[in-house]
Design a protein. Structure first.
Length: 151
């Protein structure tokens, strides 16, 4: 997806078994971010950056939603271990990741693989994407600061 596109209505099921829909957030902006794998160093750093700055992001009108291919139980353990207070969608069949355009070929350790491309979408109050952070732009340890700098 690109700037100007509307995010899908049904986003998926989070770590607590709740179905998450875009309309649940109507009137609020959304940080919708995809990450490759829970409990890895980069993904943990990114999630913790967002959690650490959650109050500032909420004050700016944002809700945070993460999505990865991990199972619901894995997402729950990841959220609990890192005190994450936002939904983590368990997109095990990659439906949402593919719809967003952040599932594809990537190079890891010199090998070409298919997987989640770390991407962040800033979404307005009506569900329209207005900014996309591409994989090479994202600095996991300071990602929340990168977002706040765009406001």
């Amino acid at each position: 997806m690109k700037v100007g596109d509307r995010i899908p209505e049904v986003l998926g099921v989070d770590q607590n078994g709740r179905q998450i829909k875009a309309s649940d957030f109507r009137g609020r902006k959304i940080i919708l971010y995809s990450y490759p794998k829970a409990n890895t160093s980069g993904c943990t750093a990114e999630a913790c950056s967002l959690q650490s700055h959650k109050a500032e992001l909420e004050a700016a009108g944002f809700s945070i939603i993460g999505v990865s291919k991990d199972k619901q139980e894995t997402q729950k353990k990841f959220a609990d271990a890192n005190n994450l207070e936002f939904p983590l969608i368990a997109d095990t069949d990659t439906t949402l990741l593919q719809e967003l355009g952040c599932w594809g070929e990537k190079v890891a350790c010199g090998h070409r693989t298919i997987g989640t491309l770390r991407t962040t979408y800033l979404v307005d109050e009506e569900g329209i994407i207005y900014k996309v952070f591409q994989p090479k732009e994202i600095k996991t340890k300071i990602h929340a600061e990168q977002i706040l700098a765009q406001l």
